[in-house]
Design a protein around this ligand. Structure first.
Ligand SMILES: Cc1ncc(COP(=O)(O)O)c(C=O)c1O
Length: 402
């Protein structure tokens, strides 16, 4: 085939010019290349619950194999409405306020396409899940970043500066993207923080888009609060969730948005033209899973808490400073003790020489230098995987002594 490298630029959209490949997904490929343990990408290396798998097989066998309703199978929307009431204390109409998409990833970009005009600004806390920046740009909006600051002491909380947040809001602001429990920091936003964000959203007539894909995974005393449940927010919030993390089925690609009817209507149209619909049999299995008893969710959170408590001491022993997560299944670390000038070189060393893949902190920041001394590990792995990684990471102690 002819080499298009010199002329390729002519064919490409200006929008993608500054995009880099997803660093998280790249680290998974590197882990495979070097036979490293993958603590980079957030997917479980253990089996999904037997019941959800059985439900999917039954749906396929029962010939639920054609397009589902574009905005989501009725059974799943009904189950989402019930779970939203129980988990988030929000009453929603499954007929007019829910859209099922191909993962929360598609849900986020469909939402941004549905609400953004050129010149709009979208406020994003950073470090941020790496899709949010490109999502905003693809939708024509300008991302405006507000820093989450790491705790001074190991067991403290990530916080933001109220004045910095206030400054980010003005007449051009269309939306704020929240992610709680947060990837990569593990922060769980408090009610007081969400009330402050609510007051700004109301004052500046701004929409909150809240990615709550880890809502069921919290630790210690942290309790998940949905901003949509705060007074004055139901009419200005899009709440996003999905099957991936709660039911350990990241490859199924089923997620959803809960939003007021006018916004839902717009998200549904975008979703229809993007993908038509999410996989029909997997939506039926999802409907079954959302009805799992409370013990399922208690066990989910406690088993991830145990994994956190397995990995964090091993990382600390190896020389990382860990920011103890209160939710989600990642731990952000400070790598200053190892004497590397920047995180990408360090993660290269980790994957090639130590045999563990992690994500460079810079990929979660707008300015890579801000994350140059941070690295993120995922602990959604079997205890034996974490132990094996801990054994390999222990070799870093020698590096510190050199
Ligand atoms: C904060 C956050 N949102 C969304 C996703 C992707 O979710 P989905 O599989 O539903 O597209 C991830 C996956 O790591 C995530 O961490």
């Amino acid at each position: 085939m002819a080499d298009l490298s010199t002329s390729a630029k002519h064919f490409l959209s200006n929008r993608v010019e500054h995009f880099t490949e997803s660093v998280i997904r790249e680290m998974t490929r590197q882990a495979q290349l070097y036979g490293a343990i993958n603590l980079a990408q957030g997917f479980p290396d253990f089996a999904a619950p037997a019941e959800i798998k059985r439900a999917a097989l039954e749906a396929i066998d029962g010939d639920v194999n054609q397009y589902a309703i574009t905005w989501g199978a009725k059974n799943l929307r009904n189950a989402i409405a019930q779970q939203t009431k129980a988990l988030r204390e929000i009453t929603v109409d499954p007929e007019t306020e829910i859209t099922v998409c191909c993962g929360s990833t598609e849900t986020m970009i469909a939402t941004l396409f549905a609400i953004c005009n050129p010149g709009d600004e979208v406020v994003i806390f950073e470090p941020f899940y790496e899709n949010y920046g490109p999502d905003s740009i693809l939708s024509g909006a300008k991302p405006v970043f507000v820093k989450l600051r790491p705790p001074a002491a190991g067991d403290g909380e990530w916080t933001f500066d109220e004045q910095e947040l206030r400054k980010a809001f003005h007449n051009q602001t269309k939306a704020i993207i929240l992610n709680t429990p947060n990837n990569p920091t593990g922060k769980v936003f408090t009610r007081a923080e969400l009330e402050l964000i609510r007051d700004l959203c109301v004052r500046f007539d701004v929409l909150a888009i809240t990615d709550e894909i880890y809502a069921h995974i919290t630790y210690d005393r942290a309790r998940h609060v949905s901003i949509a449940s705060l007074e004055g927010m139901a009419e200005r919030t899009v709440t996003i969730d999905g099957l991936s993390k709660t039911y350990s089925v990241t490859g199924w690609r089923v997620g959803w948005a809960v939003a007021p009817p006018g916004i839902t209507n717009a998200i549904r149209k975008v979703h229809d033209f993007l993908t038509v619909g999410a996989p029909a049999p997997l939506q039926e299995a999802g409907a079954r899973a959302l009805g799992f008893p409370p013990t399922y969710y208690e066990r989910l959170a406690s088993s991830y808490g145990a994994r956190r408590d397995r990995l964090v001491p091993a990382l600390e022993e190896a020389g990382f400073r860990c920011y103890r997560p209160r939710g989600a299944y990642y731990v952000m670390t400070d790598i200053r003790a190892f004497g590397f000038a920047e995180d990408v070189a360090f993660t290269k060393y980790l994957v090639q020489d130590i045999g563990v893949a992690a994500v460079p902190g810079s990929s979660f920041y707008n300015h890579p230098a801000d994350g140059a001394q941070q690295v993120r590990f995922a602990f959604c792995k079997r205890p034996e995987t974490l132990d094996k990684a801990a054994e390999r990471l222990a070799r870093l102690r020698d590096l510190r002594k050199q």
